[in-house]
Design a binder for this molecule. Structure first.
Ligand code: DX5
Ligand code: ZN
Length: 223
């Protein structure tokens, strides 16, 4: 199991975006989490292809694109073309999840499926063997800086157990409200891909990234 910190660009200072991404890369961050919102699947609107295309030219990090958009199948090719290395879609947003997953796979990038807090992982058990990552949202998708939903810990544990029972090797990603306090909970529950926005970008970016990566590696060494 590979444990990684996925800084979420949503919390970046967009006036200094290039510089901040450089800082993360210098800190050894491998994956950047990129939140795309459409104002329909979620209430807010973030950014889209032109921004991703532009940072792709400057960054060597891998791009983990989290699509919080209705019918994401329509845009798979566009996000691959602008530089995504992995595309995650919401189970709730797809008319045909299997077809959407197949389309992402055919486009040659990694594929993740996300579930909102109210969606059970058992509802999508049929797809788990066909994907590269399961994203368990630990807040309602749509905004950075929200409080971790406590029930998520049990949900992650149950998903991890279910995957073990079914003998499926699948990393669990968590996203929302992860900070120095909630990090041990999600790691212990079985998550290995840790998305964090506000707790990485607020204040000393390099220092935060270094510290959170260290906490994750310390756990990984013991696990
Ligand atoms: C929320 C996004 C998250 C968000 C996390 O819908 O998917 O990636 O940026 O932000 P924090 O870590 O601040 O909760
Ligand atoms: Zn996200």
């Amino acid at each position: 199991m590979e444990y990684q910190l996925y800084p979420s660009m949503l919390s970046a200072d967009f006036n200094r975006l290039g510089q901040q991404l450089q800082t993360l890369e210098q800190q050894g961050i491998k994956w950047l989490h990129i939140d795309v919102m459409d104002g329909d699947f979620v209430p807010s609107i973030s950014f889209g292809m032109p921004v991703i295309k532009s940072i792709r030219q400057e960054s060597n990090m891998l791009f983990d694109v989290h699509l919080m958009i209705t019918e994401p199948e329509r845009y798979v090719q566009d996000f691959v073309a602008c530089g995504a290395d992995s595309i995650t879609v919401h189970a709730e947003a797809c008319e045909d999840l299997e077809r959407t997953v197949a389309r992402i796979r055919d486009a040659g990038v990694k594929v993740g499926v996300a579930v909102k807090p109210a969606t059970s992982v058992t509802d999508i058990s049929y797809i788990l063997k066909d994907i590269d990552m399961l994203l368990i949202m630990t807040v309602q998708p749509g905004f950075g800086g929200q409080k971790y939903i406590e029930d998520s810990t049990e949900k992650i544990c149950q998903a991890r157990q279910m995957l073990k029972d079914e003998k499926i090797e699948l990393p669990i990603q968590v996203d929302g409200g992860i900070n120095r306090e909630t990090l041990p909970l999600v790691l212990e529950a079985g998550a290995s891909q840790i998305v964090a926005g506000s707790c990485v970008f607020s204040g000393d970016l390099a220092g935060n990234a270094e510290e959170i990566r260290r906490l994750i590696s310390q756990y990984a060494e013991r696990a």
